[in-house]
Design a protein around this ligand. Structure first.
Ligand SMILES: [Zn+2]
Length: 215
C-alpha cells in the first residue's frame, strides 16, 4: 500500500539523490553533539523530517524544537539527528526513513496532522479549563500534566465523519507551512474547527494511555 510519493519535487529537487546529497552536506558540516543553527538548513531538515511517519509523536507538540547531530551509536561512520523538544526531552529521528516510501507520511497522516493543528486552540482551552485529574482511559489519577483525549468519538472517527472515506480524504489539498506545519485552506479549516467544537468530547488522559490507544 506504500505508494511512492515524490514529495521532494515540491521544492524542485529533481531526484531523491539530489536532496540526500544536500542533507549529507549539511549534517557533515556539523560537529558531533552540536545543533543545526543555520536557519535555512534547519528549515530544510524540518521539512524532510516532517515526512517521517512518526513525526508527530517525535516532536510531541513542540513548536520550537532544535535539531542536534550525534555520532551513530550503531555505526560510528554515520551521523544521526536528534530532536530536542521544547521541554528539553530528546528523541532520535531517522532522516533516511523520512525519505523512504514506507517512512514517509501518508496523505491520511498529513490530513490528521493538519486537522490536529487546526484545533490546537480548542485543545489549549480545554486544558486551561479542565479540573478533572482522572485519566479517562485507565481511570487512574494523573500526576503529571494532562493530555486531551478524544474520548468518544475518537479523533479518527471524527475525521471520517467530517472528511469522508479514504478516497474523499485523498482529494483534500494539504499545504506545507513553516516548521513542517500542515494546513487546509482557511474555509475548510473554519468548517472543520466548528465541526470539531460541536462533536468532539475531550477528556483528560495520560500521555502514555493516549499513545497506547488504538486510533
Ligand atoms: Zn491513563
Amino acid at each position: 500500500m506504500a505508494k511512492t510519493n515524490k514529495w521532494w519535487l515540491e521544492r524542485s529537487y529533481k531526484t531523491k539523490k539530489s536532496l540526500t546529497d544536500e542533507i549529507r552536506k549539511i549534517i557533515n558540516q556539523i560537529d558531533d553533539d552540536y545543533f543545526i543553527t543555520d536557519e535555512e538548513d534547519l528549515e530544510l531538515l524540518t521539512w524532510v523530517l516532517s515526512h517521517h511517519h512518526d513525526y508527530l509523536s517525535k516532536i510531541d507538540g513542540s513548536t520550537n524544537f532544535k535539531i542536534k547531530v550525534r555520532r551513530s551509536l550503531a555505526n560510528s561512520g554515520n551521523k544521526e539527528l536528534l530532536i530536542i523538544r521544547d521541554d528539553g526531552t530528546e528523541v532520535d529521528i531517522s532522516w533516511t526513513k523520512a525519505l523512504n516510501p514506507q517512512g514517509s507520511s501518508t496523505h491520511k497522516e498529513d490530513l490528521r496532522n493538519a486537522a490536529v493543528q487546526a484545533i490546537n486552540y480548542q485543545v489549549l482551552q480545554f486544558k486551561d479549563k479542565n479540573t478533572d485529574t482522572i485519566c479517562c482511559l485507565c481511570k487512574m489519577q494523573i500526576e503529571e500534566k494532562i493530555e486531551a483525549c478524544h474520548y468518544e468519538p475518537r479523533l479518527d472517527e471524527l475525521l471520517t465523519q467530517f472528511f469522508g472515506d479514504k478516497d474523499e480524504m485523498e482529494k483534500i489539498e494539504i499545504k506545507d507551512g513553516s516548521y513542517a506545519s500542515r494546513y487546509f485552506d482557511p474555509e475548510l479549516s473554519e468548517r472543520w474547527t466548528t465541526f470539531h467544537a460541536n462533536h468532539a468530547t475531550l477528556k483528560p488522559a495520560h500521555k502514555k494511555c493516549i499513545r497506547q490507544r488504538k486510533r
